[in-house]
Design a protein around this ligand. Structure first.
Ligand SMILES: Nc1ncnc2c1ncn2[C@@H]1O[C@H](COP(=O)(O)OP(=O)(O)O)[C@@H](O)[C@H]1O
Ligand SMILES: [Mg+2]
Length: 340
């Protein structure tokens, strides 16, 4: 946690401070927090947006509504169209069709200043020094030099790479460069933070550092869009999601509601010994194996107790037996196969 106010966004209608874990919301964000958010425009609205690259329909009539304050997951396998969608929101490429709005406004450089973006292909000026590059990028987003340097230094400390502030970017490891690029995305206090595969290539400790800051910013009212092909990695963080596949939306909405629709039709079992209890086609639809833990999708109407009974009869040692909602990955597979 930073020791002093994290800062104030240049936009008058949005202020936040991160000070010892306390958040101060602006009037508009406070309305969201208290549930009086009807009049707030969505952070991002996409209507029937399409983008084609020669024969590939990268994004196909995609519609999205991302409400302000969301922690939104844009999920789907490699090649689904996530990066293309985010690049269109960033105005780096133009849609062939459809419309995009950010905070209710058509895309413009003013709207762009309210966004922080971590691109999938990382790349900072390799010959520049870390602190210089951050001050430079902060300057492009309207921060003055001393402010940018002070805040960049605080973030470098927070991300445990302050010893590298005077080193050239090229001399940093890939993981360190990614942390510097993450700082570049948040330094100007964006209201909307777009992170394209932010955890790719990071070890668990560094991924946790980034995740914690992301959650803090979200707690302070920043809208976060996170893209990932690792569904299990993000389903615990996001409150709402859009699953895409081959450019098309498969499913979207509030994650808890999506899961509730499917009900608790899966059993997570941690066991050792005889695994024969899983071999019950009348009860078990399919099994995902993760070594000592398995996730068993039950057939509709099947009784989970059947599994437990058989395991006990077989002398299998059960450490955990828990009825859960299906993992997002299973919902995705089910939805995609329904469409096929
Ligand atoms: N600049 C480009 N030129 C040609 N094809 C592209 C380009 N960018 C993306 N694609 C294609 O569009 C599809 C979607 O890609 P992308 O948006 O990067 O997916 P994701 O981020 O979900 O992995 C893929 O088939 C990819 O090969
Ligand atoms: Mg991508």
């Amino acid at each position: 946690m930073l020791e002093r106010p994290h800062g104030v966004c240049p936009r008058k209608d949005f202020k936040f401070r991160l000070l010892n874990g306390e958040h101060e919301y602006s009037a508009s964000v406070a309305k969201f927090v208290t549930g009086e958010a009807d009049e707030l425009p969505d952070a991002v609205t996409a209507e029937a947006v399409s983008k084609r690259f020669s024969s590939t329909m990268a994004v196909n009539r995609l519609g999205l509504r991302i409400r302000q304050g969301a922690l939104f997951g844009l999920l789907g396998p490699n090649g689904a169209g996530k990066t293309t969608t985010l690049r269109m929101i960033m105005r780096m490429i133009l849609p062939d069709e459809g419309s995009l709005r950010v905070f209710g406004e058509p895309l413009s450089s003013r709207a762009q200043d309210a966004i922080g973006y971590l691109p999938e292909e990382r790349g900072l000026y390799p010959r520049m020094k870390v602190l210089d590059v951050l001050a430079f990028l902060g300057g492009l987003k309207g921060l003055n030099g001393s402010e940018a340097r002070r805040d960049a230094m605080a973030w470098l400390e927070r991300l445990e790479i302050n010893d590298w502030a005077d080193k050239k970017v090229v001399d940093l490891s890939k993981g360190m460069q990614q942390k510097v690029q993450f700082i570049a995305a948040i330094l100007h206090h964006p209201r909307l933070l777009i992170l394209d595969e932010p955890f790719a290539g990071l070890d668990p400790l560094n991924a946790a550092l980034i995740k914690d800051i992301m959650l803090e910013l979200h707690g302070a009212g920043v809208t976060v869009i996170l893209s990932s092909h690792r569904m299990e990695q993000v389903e615990m963080m996001c409150d709402s999601i859009c699953l895409i596949d081959r450019g098309r939306k498969v499913l979207d909405g509030v994650l808890a509601e999506i899961k509730r629709q499917y009900g608790k039709n899966t059993v997570r079992v941690e066991f050792s010994g005889n695994a024969d209890f899983l071999d019950q086609p009348s009860v078990v639809e399919h099994v995902n194996r993760f070594g000592a833990t398995v996730e068993v999708k039950l057939r509709p109407g099947a009784d989970a107790q059947e599994l437990l009974r058989r395991a006990v009869t077989n002398g299998t040692s059960i450490r955990r037996f828990e009825l859960i909602e299906p993992p997002l990955n299973d919902i995705f597979i089910e939805k995609v196969s329904e469409r096929a």
